[in-house]
Write a protein that binds this ligand. Structure first.
Ligand SMILES: NC(=O)c1ccc[n+]([C@@H]2O[C@H](COP(=O)([O-])OP(=O)(O)OC[C@H]3O[C@@H](n4cnc5c(N)ncnc54)[C@H](OP(=O)(O)O)[C@@H]3O)[C@@H](O)[C@H]2O)c1
Length: 251
């Protein structure tokens, strides 16, 4: 079975590796091409956009894809909606792998906001020292709050013109352990952490470190999830693929 995995997440890479070792499946991993040097699993990989819904539908037909697993990041809303539409047009089974969102625990000081502009406003008028871990595509709203110092962490360094005026960049790829996150917060005298509600364990250490260090967290809520069948992890995706393969073999 030829399986398209929409990737750019840990789950997508794990699933690709798992399917690569399973003779029933032929996985093709698709990446948007945002990261300069992605860590690639040993499967067929394609990189770059499909050209909207029509392009994706055409690609699914041309490549005789039997099923799509959308394992993109929880904030990748456009490709997720496109996948729903293209799967509908081509009658291709589609599954969303969506890890659970983080929820605050006792001692957490979170302010939840609906979007990045609200996150920038939530920092307030008084200058703060901010750790910004929202990815390099989402920095623009913070230019409207230039009174703060920003420590910007992203996989690839953002272009200089997209940075707020008082910014320092750390280019680093997770996972990030809590102990190292505590050190980072302390060494840079960080007072506020701004993050997307990505969920998962790879980057959760910063939240535990913030709680321990009394650092306020501005938590950007997820976009609404795309429609359709959804599982929380790669184990759920494997179960879905097992069933699908059984039905597919019987055709
Ligand atoms: N958003 C985040 O915070 C975040 C964080 C970590 C990783 N990522 C990963 O980075 C990628 C881009 O995220 P985004 O939020 O910019 O996506 P997006 O807004 O949902 O998608 C924008 C466009 O990028 C292309 N695209 C996105 N994911 C793709 C994929 N896996 N394969 C091929 N084309 C893809 C599509 O172009 P066409 O319309 O031309 O097909 C899509 O319309 C995703 O793969 C996501 O998993 C995102």
């Amino acid at each position: 079975m030829r399986i398209l995995i929409l990737g750019g997440s840990t789950e997508a890479s794990v699933l690709a590796r798992t399917l690569a070792g399973d003779p029933r499946f032929l996985p093709i991993l698709s990446l948007a091409g945002r990261t300069a040097a992605p860590v690639l699993p040993p499967v067929a990989v394609r990189i770059g956009g499909f050209g909207g819904v029509a392009g994706l539908a055409e690609w699914l037909r041309a490549e005789r894809i039997a099923a799509v697993v959308n394992a993109t990041h929880p904030f990748a809303a456009r490709i997720s909606d496109n996948a729903v539409a293209a799967a509908g047009i081509t009658a291709t089974p589609l599954l969303r792998v969506l890890r659970p969102a983080w929820t605050p625990t006792a001692g957490d000081a979170w302010q939840e906001v609906p979007d990045m502009a609200a996150a920038a406003r939530a920092l307030g008028p008084v200058p703060r020292r901010v750790l910004l871990t929202v990815g390099r595509q989402d920095l623009a709203p913070f230019a409207a709050a230039p009174q703060h110092f920003y420590l910007v962490r992203s996989v690839d360094p953002p272009p200089a013109e997209t940075l707020p005026p008082r910014a320092q960049v750390i280019a680093a790829r997770g996972p990030f352990a809590e102990a190292a996150e505590r050190t980072l917060l302390r060494d840079h005298a960080i007072g506020v952490l701004v993050t997307k509600n990505a969920g998962g364990s790879a980057t959760r250490g910063k939240l535990d470190a913030a709680r321990a260090g009394g650092v306020k967290v501005v938590m950007v809520a997820r976009p609404p999830p795309a429609a359709g069948a959804t599982v929380a992890d790669t184990a759920g995706a494997m179960e879905w693929l097992d069933h699908l393969h059984g039905a597919w073999r019987g055709v």
